[in-house]
Design a protein around this ligand. Structure first.
Ligand code: SF4
Length: 480
């Protein structure tokens, strides 16, 4: 049992998340120890041996912290080093808990630091491994031009279809198995939001730079419903500056030649087909109703329909999967040769069935997962794919990351801009979170649509009003 004595103003979620990466829940105790000022020590008791850690030893390059964030990071470095030594373990991401680490290296780069300086800083300050440091810098280089702001009037638009044929065991998204008539009622509310938002955007002189239809599974709609939805979007939004339009088809069993023809008829070149695994047994365990063969067939149909850029999502760390299963999945996907491959690390979130059934899943799977992630990075590089965007999530198994790989020139602009957080993003539909970016202050404010689609339908006028206040009001409100 480990006992960490730490001051009350510093302890909390982030410290505990870090400790949890070294020892499972129940094997440590955090004791609050009054106030800590910059001259005090904090201590860790390892198996009854009390180790006092003078906070000054963890100051970055001996510099006294200037604010609470720096002080917290010094303590996290102390905890990291002490637990690392005691457990004989290093964490690839060191003390970094943020979800958008590429933003940190971009900011350092834009302040005039060289890649070597950034690399040293990330290793010393955040205790990042050589591999993750290199991954961040490569990702920054691959996305840098795309991430630059073209015009402050440009925005990204997301539209969510919260329906799927079944609910996957790890799912924590806004996803529902539709009741009869639910999709029609949802689309009616969505059309109202499309009309209101597109008209306000025109008045405000905002242009759509990228448009992304996600979910759920947008191809849960029938070909006729999809056709009408796309007609409404193309009629209402000014897409004259739109550089990219993506439909996340998602589940292979919802993809048909008719729906692909509808997508192409609207000039859309980019879709996503998300197998997650090419192992039949895993697909069954996670709650999918399709086979690996249906994935290959959906991919073939998309190519035949003239879709030019296809992304495929995979998940490392799915229940019951061995590194060999994952290697087989990757090989099967590489055989199809999609333009983009996104490797997710399973995030076992509180809202998922998997988390309810198995609390310790995250901790147990760490080593196996790190092997899968490392393997995918190596193989994808050999096969000509480059990492171009990256994000992490809370509750991610092994505290790892999701990485979007692409063949050069097929980067997804929407993904880059979403992670970059220097552009206003407007989200329509249940569960969509709109973000307004204020360039002068380099900050964002959010307004969320409710995630329950039935409440969304009921309160559609309020959803529109929330967005109006956030995005189009002359004197912006605080978070609503
Ligand atoms: S396909 Fe995606 S959104 Fe739908 S249930 Fe599975 S994880 Fe959730």
């Amino acid at each position: 049992m480990y006992n960490v004595r730490i001051c009350s103003s510093i302890s909390g979620y982030e410290t505990e998340e870090l400790i949890k990466m070294f020892v499972p829940k129940g094997n440590y105790e955090i004791t609050e120890d009054g106030a800590l000022d910059n001259n005090q020590s904090f201590s860790v008791v390892f198996e009854n041996e009390r180790i006092s850690l003078p906070i000054e030893s963890f100051y970055y390059r001996g510099r006294k912290p200037e604010n609470i964030k720096e002080l917290k990071n010094a303590i996290k470095r102390g905890i990291y080093d002490a637990f690392g030594k005691s457990c004989g373990k290093e964490l690839p991401w060191g003390i970094l808990t943020g979800v958008k680490p590429v933003k940190i290296v971009r900011e350092l780069y834009e302040k005039g630091n060289s890649y070597d300086e950034i690399s040293l800083y990330m290793k010393e300050y955040y205790r990042l491994s050589d591999e993750k440091t290199e991954l961040l810098i490569t990702t920054l280089k691959n996305q840098y031009l795309q991430s630059c702001v073209r015009s402050e009037n440009n925005v990204g638009v997301y539209l969510g279809i919260p329906f799927c044929p079944t609910r996957c065991v790890y799912c924590s998204f806004t996803s529902n198995v539709a009741k009869p008539g639910a999709i029609e009622a949802y689309l009616e509310a969505l059309y109202k939001e499309i009309e209101a938002v597109s008209s306000s955007m025109r008045e405000a002189g905002m242009f759509t730079e990228s448009f992304y239809i996600g979910g759920g599974t947008p191809t849960s709609l029938s070909a006729g419903q999809l056709d009408e939805l796309l007609d409404r979007i193309f009629t209402n939004f000014d897409l004259s500056r739109c550089e990219e339009f993506t439909v996340e088809a998602g589940r292979p069993d919802t993809i048909t030649p008719e729906k692909l023809a509808v997508i192409r008829r609207h000039g859309i070149r980019r879709i996503s087909i998300n197998p997650q695994s090419m192992n039949a047994k895993t697909l069954e365990i996670i709650g999918r109703l399709h086979s690996p063969e249906q994935i290959i067939e959906a991919y073939r149909m998309a190519g035949e329909a003239g879709i030019e850029i296809i992304n495929m999502d995979l998940i490392a760390g799915l229940p019951g999967e061995t590194p060999e299963d994952f290697r087989n999945t990757l090989a099967a996907v590489l055989d199809m040769a999609p333009e983009n491959i996104t490797v997710h690390t399973l995030a076992v979130k509180r809202a998922s069935r998997l988390r309810e059934d198995d609390e310790e899943y995250n901790y147990r799977e760490t080593m196996k997962l790190a092997e899968m992630v490392e393997y995918s990075g190596k193989v994808l590089k050999e096969r000509g794919y480059e990492p171009y965007y990256l994000y992490r999530q809370k509750y991610m198994v092994g505290n790892l990351e999701n990485i979007g790989y692409c063949r050069k020139g097929t980067e997804c602009l929407y993904n880059i801009k979403t992670m970059d957080e220097r552009q206003t993003m407007i989200a329509l539909g249940a569960g969509g979170i709109s973000k307004r970016y204020y360039p002068e202050e380099n900050r964002i404010e959010r307004a969320a649509n409710v995630s329950n689609y039935e409440i969304y339908i009921e309160r559609i006028d309020e959803m529109i009003q929330r967005k109006n206040q956030l995005l189009f009001a002359k004197h912006p409100q605080k978070d609503i």
